[in-house]
Design a protein around this ligand. Structure first.
Ligand code: SF4
Length: 169
């Protein structure tokens, strides 16, 4: 069961994520992340481990606005055998498609800046913090409510609120 507040937050974020000026601002942040990652050339073995949070033992944190932006653009998650499981119980991102991301162009900043190779931890953490600060400041600039939370919980909030258009529950 989701509170009225959570439901109205999810609806407001979906409206905000569709605003052209916010879309452009988020895309600029993601483009900057891509440019810096391209320059550093970290090796990603595309094992999909980092998207299986329970198994890998880490969490992904996102803003509500990024989650809404993702949901508007990601398309349906790939079919899974455990599709009947609630998002939280699955312990993995619903968009993990085998070993690959099934929504690469829409993925949030934390996915774009995480690399499991510890040699890349220092610069990638710095990049995440710097670009997250830009996303946070967008909330003030555009009058958007700021919330930062764990990815599967944030997706669940939208699903429970009936605000996803892609059937993530
Ligand atoms: S959006 Fe893509 S990269 Fe991010 S956790 Fe989900 S499957 Fe992994």
């Amino acid at each position: 069961m989701v509170s009225d507040e959570a439901s109205s937050l999810a609806s407001a974020w979906l409206r905000d994520a569709a605003r052209p000026e916010l879309d452009a601002a988020l895309r600029a942040v993601f483009d900057e992340a891509s440019r810096e990652v391209d320059e550093r050339r970290p090796i990603c073995l595309a094992g999909g481990h980092c998207c299986r949070f329970a198994e890998y033992g880490h969490d992904l944190f996102v803003t509500g606005l990024e989650t809404a932006w993702f949901l508007l653009r990601a398309g349906r998650p790939p079919e899974r055998r455990d599709r009947s499981l609630p998002i939280l119980a699955s312990g993995a991102c619903p968009w993990l498609d085998g070993r690959l991301c099934g929504a690469r162009s829409a993925r949030p900043l934390g996915c774009r800046t995480f690399f499991c190779d510890p040699r890349h931890a220092a610069w990638s953490t710095g990049l995440l913090e710097r670009l997250h600060a830009r996303i946070r400041s967008m909330h003030e600039e555009f009058g958007v409510v700021y919330r930062y939370g764990e990815w599967l919980r944030m997706l669940s909030l939208f699903a429970d609120a009936g605000s996803t258009r892609r059937g993530t529950s």
